[in-house]
Design a protein around this ligand. Sequence first.
Ligand code: SF4
Ligand code: SF4
Length: 303
Amino acid sequence: MSFLNAEEPTVVELITDFGLNILWHPTTGLQIGDQVQDLLKDILAGKVQMDILVYEGSLIKGPNNTGTMNYFADRPMMDWIKELSKVAGYVVAIGDCATWGGIPAVAPNPSESTGLQFHKKNKGGFLGHDYVSKGGLPVINIPGCPAHPDWITQILVAISVGRIGDVLIDEFHRPKTFFTDFVQDGCTNVTNFAQKVDGNFGKRGGCLFYEVGCRGPMTRASCNNILWNRQSSKTRSNHPCLGCTEPGFPHNDLMKGSVFKTMKHLGVFPKEVPTGRTKLAYYMEAGFQKVMPTNKRVTETSK
Ligand code: SF4
Ligand code: SF4
């Protein structure tokens, strides 16, 4: 559904300007029932060419690796995906469920859910460690809960114009274009982060790292540069980043008391510190700011 909100480019522009032919989509597809099944069979038989397989949702293997918990077009979805992935030019996984299993894969994982080529941080997933599509690439992961629509459409454009080879991916197969900077880059609360001024839900000003568990400094995503609806983001509306584009999401496996709360040692020191910093260096710097604050008040930039 996020895909339909894309703005640069829009879904219509994908079709009219970039010549994509969307063979089927659960919302816009004209085929229903047996027609969907026939289309999928034609793709597998080579009668219809499918250049890109875009998949959303976790791969449900339960119970007991039969996949019958999730039927689609009269057979387990996982059976369709296994076969379609062999004929697809490229495979793109959209959202946390398809990329690393997402919330359904949280222990005890009763549906035996996993991602297309990762299970949480471990490479492998449903298609296996060494899977590459006919185009020679592994699964391209566009995580997020949901994934930003423009990340999706821009990667589809790169494939459709033959430039996907220029798009570098990181160790978790995320396009570096969108997943190199941190959510904190571009956050309007960043001065308060540096000066250790606490914020809170919906409260203007202050940083959400210290008490309510913002993961902006540990989460690679362009949410504060490619804004949502081209106008805002979670942290700009003073809601903590949940770290939804990282393979550890949902972090702490949704353990009671771990959501919207900064986990701390001794009730004082954050258990997780910004990526790239040692705990010692971070604690020393934060302690110095606490004792010798350069600014005790909320800064103008975050009002
Ligand atoms: S609100 Fe979150 S993203 Fe923004 S400065 Fe604080 S920790 Fe970083
Ligand atoms: S701000 Fe954080 S939780 Fe929100 S969409 Fe971006 S990465 Fe996900």
